[in-house]
Design a protein around this ligand. Structure first.
Ligand code: FES
Length: 148
């Protein structure tokens, strides 16, 4: 998945889907699947190819909450907020994470990561972390990189 705008890649995705009935949605899905979002620069390209106005394309993109127009964060942090983790300070950990993690991180509360006996639990991308304190969080982020 590439997070930048490549007009030739967008053109290829448009060409593959533009002959389908109701081609706009399949094209938007294909672009988001390939790049992680709908680059705003691609709206004109799509509109021209489908003989639509830019406003029509933009209207469809904003109507469906599924479509995003900004690149997704590079790393996903999930912090457990279920009972065991909450009793061990996961709410404070979330607040700390939102302040301490850089723009490359998105922080999401989740409900049970299966590490209840080692709470508070956190998952960054595909890696689980147990007994996460704010200090431990900072060390983990420093190791991965990208903290602000
Ligand atoms: S309650 Fe947090 S991992 Fe289960």
């Amino acid at each position: 998945m590439s997070l930048t705008y490549h007009p030739e890649k967008i053109a290829a995705l448009i060409a593959t889907h533009q002959h389908l009935p109701g081609a706009l949605l399949p094209i938007l899905h294909a672009i988001q699947d390939a790049t992680g979002f709908i680059p705003p620069e691609s709206v004109t390209q799509i509109a021209t190819a489908l003989n639509l106005s830019r406003a029509e394309v933009h209207g469809v993109i904003t109507f469906y909450h599924y479509f995003r127009t900004d690149p997704p964060a590079r790393h996903q942090i999930q912090i457990c907020c279920a009972e065991a983790c909450q009793s061990m300070g996961s709410e404070q950990l979330i607040k700390h994470a939102e302040l301490a993690a850089g723009a490359e991180y998105a922080v999401h509360p989740v409900y049970c990561l299966g590490l209840c006996a080692n709470s508070p639990a956190m998952m960054i991308d595909d890696t689980l972390h147990a007994r996460v304190t704010p200090d431990k969080f900072d060390k983990i982020i420093k190791k991965i990189g990208g903290a602000s």
